[in-house]
Design a protein. Structure first.
Length: 134
């Protein structure tokens, strides 16, 4: 809660006319890459997995664009921001596998933090950016 707006509502595109500003976004790409290793030991290397050695690595990526525009003029963007997120983590039999799925929602949340910081900076410099004419 950055305190920039008096209220925030989640609406579908049909309810956007009831608001002053609309924050919208486009996911440009998502990626998931998985690598596995048997430590050049072939099937015998799997035993190392059971002993807790990493099975490999998972990499999640998200690229998205967000924009803030007056509800009545969605093409007249008051602010835009492009974001990228990359998460790399080791995966083993006993750890890390669930992170591959959970990290997409975390990725978007973490990626939005610098975007909101940028918006707050812009608003501090130019408070008129949030003015709308209804």
């Amino acid at each position: 809660n950055a305190g920039m707006f008096s209220s925030v509502s989640l609406v579908d595109s049909s309810g956007a006319g009831k608001s002053d500003l609309v924050l919208s976004g486009t996911i440009r790409s998502t990626g998931w890459k998985r690598t596995r290793t048997t430590y050049m030991l072939g099937p015998v290397g799997v035993i190392l997995w059971l002993l807790g050695a990493p099975m490999g690595e998972n990499v999640n990526t998200v690229e998205l664009d967000v924009q803030l525009a007056p509800a009545g003029a969605p093409t007249r963007s008051a602010w835009q921001y492009s974001m990228q997120f990359k998460d790399e983590h080791l995966v083993g039999v006993y750890y890390g596998r669930e992170e591959s799925i959970e990290n997409y929602s975390t990725a978007i949340q973490e990626t939005l933090k610098p975007a909101l910081a940028d918006l707050m900076k812009i608003v501090a410099e130019r408070p008129d950016i949030l003015q709308t004419t209804k």
